[in-house]
Design a protein around this ligand. Structure first.
Ligand SMILES: [Zn+2]
Length: 267
């Protein structure tokens, strides 16, 4: 079984980036993950890559096998997860093309299996700060070095999907001051924490959610515009993640690994 230290969830555009990819099948107590996992060495670091929707995008957000995906990463030895995602903006100051490094989430999903602690062992994990502060600090710094507009922190509201929000819902989220809307951050980040892994979110802003409530001058963008921004984002995201991996210290300088699940994995 191959081993890795850094795990990446993302779109299939990443395969072409990784040199000498070895693809492996991993099974878990929660069934198979979304796809085979691609292992590669980047700047001397072992990296595992998994498209969270599957390579043919066959899993919609509410059907992604999140527990299997996180368990598979952890079973390979991964202690740090980089979880980029496409997202909509809820605030005028967060613009299409910007990257938001989330530091909080609000869960508006329902019915998703969202814990590894189904009894008899129960652990109440602290989620006050769900995202790794060390990875976020490094990510924001590198993004700015690369000329990317990076927001240091932000709240992502995670909706169940696959439908988008109504205008009323979107206005409600905006009025509460939340920055970003997405369908996959929950329970991905929670499950990473339950397994003692650091999690970095990079929300790639493709559009304004249903336009922006009360701003008639900002219309909902077209599908073509979303695709154009999405492609440009992907190229910049790849550069950012490569730089992040190159400069990441081997030892973690954060508290993400103190969840008390020690002993379940041999490392
Ligand atoms: Zn951490």
């Amino acid at each position: 079984m191959g081993r890795a230290e850094i795990g990446i969830f993302g779109g299939s555009g990443f395969y072409s980036l990784l040199p000498d990819v070895e693809e492996i099948k991993v099974d878990t107590p929660y069934g198979p993950p979304s796809d085979r996992i691609a292992l590669a060495t980047v700047a001397g670091r072992r990296v595992a890559f998994l498209p969270r929707h599957g390579r043919d995008h066959q899993y919609p957000p509410h059907r992604i096998p999140y527990r299997a995906n996180l368990w598979a990463m952890r079973s390979l030895g991964v202690t740090r997860i980089i979880g980029p995602c496409a997202a909509g903006s809820l605030q005028p100051a967060v613009q299409p093309g910007d990257f938001v490094f989330a530091d909080q989430f609000v869960d508006r999903t329902s019915g998703r299996p969202d814990t590894f602690f189904e009894g008899p062992v129960t652990v109440h994990v602290s989620l006050a700060d769900p995202y790794c502060p060390e990875l976020r600090r490094r990510g924001v710094g590198l993004a700015r070095e690369l000329g990317i507009t990076a927001h240091d922190g932000g709240t992502v509201v995670v909706i169940q999907g696959p439908r988008f929000s109504t205008r009323a819902e979107s206005q409600w989220f905006s009025s509460l001051g939340w920055q970003v809307i997405n369908m996959t951050q929950y329970p991905e980040v929670v499950l990473a924490r339950e397994l003692d892994m650091c999690y970095l979110n990079i929300s790639l802003i493709t559009d304004y959610d249903v336009g922006l409530a009360g701003r008639e001058d900002i219309a909902p963008v077209t599908a073509e515009e979303v695709m154009r921004v999405f492609k440009a984002n992907n190229a910049r995201l790849r550069r950012l993640i490569m730089a992040l991996i190159e400069r990441l210290p081997a030892e973690r300088g954060c508290d993400c690994g103190l969840t008390s699940t020690r002993g379940r994995f041999a490392d």
